[in-house]
Design a protein around this ligand. Sequence first.
Ligand SMILES: [Zn+2]
Length: 340
Amino acid sequence: MKHLLKSVAKRMATSEALIRPIAMAADMFMSSRGCLTTFHRAAPSQAWDRLPNRDFYLDLGFLDQFLTYLTGRGWDVVTMEEALRRSKLDKPNDRFINFSIDDCYRDTFEDVVPLFRRHNAPVTLFVTTGIPDGTLSLWAAGLEDVLLHNDRVMLEDGAIKVPTTEAKIAAFHRIASSWDGPQAAARYTTFCELNGVDIEAMHWKHAISWDMLEALRDDPLVEIGAHTVSHARISSLSPAGARAELQGSRDRLIERLGIPARHFAFPYGRAGDCGPRDFEIAREAGFVSAATTRKGLVRHGQPPFSLPRNTINGAHRSLATMELHLTGFTGAAARMTGRV
Ligand SMILES: [Zn+2]
């Protein structure tokens, strides 16, 4: 079953000709549809092609095309606030979609929000406050940057050569998976020393700053929500630790931006990363919603503290793949195969 669903999804995703029948079938059988999506970073098409960790980025050219496509198909791009309101109405033929950016990097400010502005479409930012505070190590971004700009890189056990994009991609994934975990920040610090990288300067090359967020806060198309202080996996923390992450990020946004964030997104967001205890902590912290990354559509009467969201990444550069999210196919497939 798993393989069948995977091959059906793959074939659909690679054939643009299949978009229309999928979309038409969904129109016939589903009266109202709400789709929440999330991504992290975005880059212009030419730069995207060369990125060692490119699946982490949306191709801005594709995002532009997708936003145009949605308008043509009668989808309303809305804030989380509006998505929640509409999920309670169950209006026939209603179609709404929300885009949220998790973590928030410099490109959110420089590239992504300006693109949404050109489409006059709102976008939600789920800010990890340790990024503008400079307390969270952006080790993956720094590692990628060094690999991108150097053909020879020093590791603890010697130098490696990465002359081609393919070699850089392979090296990024190999090194990132060996670093991943509590030691990642320390390994990255050593890596920066070995390669003569100014770790502070590298942080601000990729991070969003409070000044940028202040400017975005005043944009009527931008909605700001919280995404913890340190990007911790909330289910793994003690109740007090979990509260400190949720409440702490909300308090920090009030302190720096003067806004009481109403919406929260769980880091990682899959079934093992946040559960009923954590949904309750989000409510207690003063949020009115919390989003996961469990795939699927927002249903009428949707519990607001375990909202499904569909992650879109660099590999998803086809409108047919996007239709699989918009029709709820990816959510149904994930539930059937237990990948939640
Ligand atoms: Zn995140």
